[in-house]
Design a protein around this ligand. Structure first.
Ligand code: MYA
Length: 176
């Protein structure tokens, strides 16, 4: 399951796309930073900012689901495949105040053909802090054509001519 050329445990994974809401450099994004873990697992952190609020002083549930989704999506780096979220089931266990550093971890639990089953947890304040959110997810392996055929032409054209982006696509897809 873990690809032999996967980043070593502890290695930062970087952004799969600079404009990504989760891991890219978007001013209103999550700014989530993920690292490779042991086997097929990752850890990640993101700090809840005022622009992430739903109720006063608390993180929006959709933002927390996005953080889980992004962390789960980072598992792509360890498998060297491209997968997208097919199903994401989320448990919101505790409210998460603005200013919280959320510590996330995710792992692959099973693979059946193109289907990758995985789970994730987000904890408040520390890797062993109280559990705030949990997710069970199904990711489906796709080819790079999934993006080329479905993405807006403007961004696709820019991505395909960006050497850094092409390098990322190659790092995910062993047989492009
Ligand atoms: C230039 C590129 C750079 C690299 C970019 C990296 C990006 C990384 C991004 C990471 C960012 C973070 C992550 C994000 O935010 S990813 C963004 C959010 N996700 C999406 O946009 C995905 C939208 N959905 C689709 O495109 C299609 O539905 C997919 C591709 C998922 C499947 O359609 P496809 O036609 O291909 O396959 P299939 O329908 O034959 O299904 C195949 C199998 O899967 C099973 N199944 C499917 N759905 C479900 C479900 N909901 N529950 C249970 N099972 C489900 C299905 O029964 C079948 O099983 P079986 O019959 O074989 O047993």
């Amino acid at each position: 399951m873990r690809h032999p050329d996967a980043p070593a445990p502890g290695e930062p994974l970087g952004a799969h796309y600079d404009q990504c809401f989760g891991c890219g450099h978007q001013p209103g994004g999550l700014g989530l930073i993920a690292r490779a873990g042991e086997d097929v697992s990752v850890t990640a952190e993101f700090t809840v900012r005022s622009g992430h609020q739903g109720a006063p002083g608390l993180a929006h549930g959709g933002v927390l689901a996005a953080a889980l989704d992004e962390t789960l999506g980072s598992l792509n780096w360890l498998q060297r495949t491209i997968t997208v979220t097919g199903r994401l089931e989320t448990d919101f266990v505790r409210p998460v105040p603005v200013g919280t550093e959320l510590h996330l971890e995710a792992q692959v639990t099973a693979v059946h053909g193109r289907k990758v089953y995985c789970s994730a947890t987000g904890r408040i304040g520390a890797p062993d802090g109280p559990v705030a959110v949990r997710a069970q997810a199904l990711f489906i392996e796709v080819r790079v054509d999934h993006f080329i055929e479905n993405g807006r032409a403007e961004e696709i054209d820019a991505a395909l001519t960006d050497p850094d982006q092409v390098k990322v696509a190659r790092a995910f897809e062993v047989n492009p």
